[in-house]
Write a protein that binds this ligand. Structure first.
Ligand code: KIV
Ligand code: ZN
Length: 385
């Protein structure tokens, strides 16, 4: 089974979600929880962005012990110096340098030709090598970059001593077969590629970040990058919990695993949501409130007979107590009766029939019938009889 390294960027790309601003105390609190979750590498921020972020990265670097702490840097000496300062005290520091490589970015943003991009990145990595033994280099917008230029840039980064090279789909543009093909091409065509780890970093603009990340793994990626709850720029980054659970649930298909403590997923998700203020949608895969909830009578009946009928993974595996059978207008008699038993009422068939009819009337008026509603309904029924 191949181990896939997990690079968490909740504190950097995740914090780039519009409206999110984590202070130092909040970053450290999330960092401790990420450590418990068992991620391998943590990007704590972008030290050159502000003195506050530099201080926060430094606090994280000093607080965590068993995780590589990473600071982001543009291909500039001042940024690299800021990361040096921010990572003082880190047990295992790493710098993450990036430069855009696509024709669109070269022409409109950088106003550089290919040669200038190559030289700028090369001198940045060379400068960083004086101070860091671990360097990740990212080809920003690699997803829209010419294959031959990707190969040239990855080759240069290897020669300059990068330990990880990241091939991001910065704008979430590619589909899984296209993204996977880039990894296959790099693996097959770049000399000495086995000396480095290849990393996948996807954005979710077309809703394909998780699928693209999994395609990269199938085509040789050694590391995946993402955030908790998939937060991040625009439509967000790859949700780490989705990739980890896909690998765990479909182990024989992917033959790859992470070292995450899966039972810490729910707690980590709740903490990130609370501190960033980004509410997790109910239907979000793995960590949404409905991910293990069942409302329809047919599904509830199946669940009561055998949980694998409608659940491909257990709520316990991500640290939740149990699945929820939500009573609403689609619910059936079986779940209704079980709920009454849970609430301490063993009614005979006639009483159940009568109460069930009243419940259906109520369910037509309310989205979800709560335990309190049911108790009121039963008490009223028992007083009537
Ligand atoms: O999406 C991206 O390309 C990035 C880089 C800084 C790696 O976040
Ligand atoms: Zn990104």
């Amino acid at each position: 089974m191949r181990k896939i390294y997990v690079f968490d960027t909740t504190l950097r790309d995740g914090e780039q979600s519009p409206g999110v601003n984590l202070n130092t105390r909040e970053k450290v609190e999330i960092a401790h929880q990420l450590e418990k979750l068992g991620i391998d590498r943590m990007e704590a921020g972008f030290p050159a962005a502000s003195p506050g972020d530099l201080a926060a990265v430094n606090a994280v670097a000093r607080a965590v012990k068993n995780v590589t702490v990473i600071g982001l840097s543009r291909s500039r000496e001042q940024d690299i110096d800021a990361v040096r300062e921010a990572l003082i005290g880190a047990q295992d520091p790493c710098i993450h340098i990036f430069l855009a490589t696509s024709p669109i970015h070269r022409k409109h943003k950088l106003r550089m030709d290919k040669e200038q991009v190559l030289e700028t990145a090369q001198s940045a990595i060379r400068y960083a090598r004086k101070y860091f033994s671990k360097i990740e280099f990212s080809l920003e917008d690699a997803g829209r970059t010419e294959y031959d230029f990707i190969a040239q840039m990855v080759g240069m980064a290897i020669q300059e001593g990068a330990s990880v090279v990241n091939i991001p789909d910065t704008v979430g543009y590619l589909n899984p077969s296209e993204y996977g093909a880039i990894f296959k091409f790099v693996k097959e065509n770049v000399p000495d590629v086995e000396k480095i780890q290849l990393s996948a970093h996807c954005h979710n603009d077309l809703g394909m970040a998780t699928a693209n990340t999994l395609a990269a793994i199938q085509n040789g990626a050694d590391q995946i990058e993402g955030t908790i709850n998939g937060i991040g720029e625009r439509a967000g980054n790859t949700a780490i919990e989705e990739v980890a659970m896909a690998l765990a649930t479909r182990q024989s298909f992917f033959n790859a695993t992470t070292s995450l403590q899966l039972s810490e997923i729910a707690r980590t998700s709740r903490l990130v949501s609370k501190l960033t203020g980004m509410v997790v949608p109910g239907n979000k895969a793995i960590v949404g409130a409905n991910a293990f909830a069942h409302e329809s009578g047919i599904h509830q009946d199946g669940m009561l007979k055998e949980k694998t009928t409608y659940e491909i993974m257990t709520p316990e595996s991500i640290g939740l107590k149990e699945s929820k059978l939500v009573l609403g207008k689609h619910s059936g008699r079986h779940a209704f009766r079980e709920k009454l038993i849970d609430l301490g009422y063993e009614l005979d068939d006639l009483q159940v029939n009568d109460a069930f009819a009243k419940f259906k009337d109520l369910a037509d008026k309310k989205k979800e019938v709560s335990d309190e509603d049911l108790l009121a309904l039963i008490e009223e029924k028992l007083i009537d009889t």
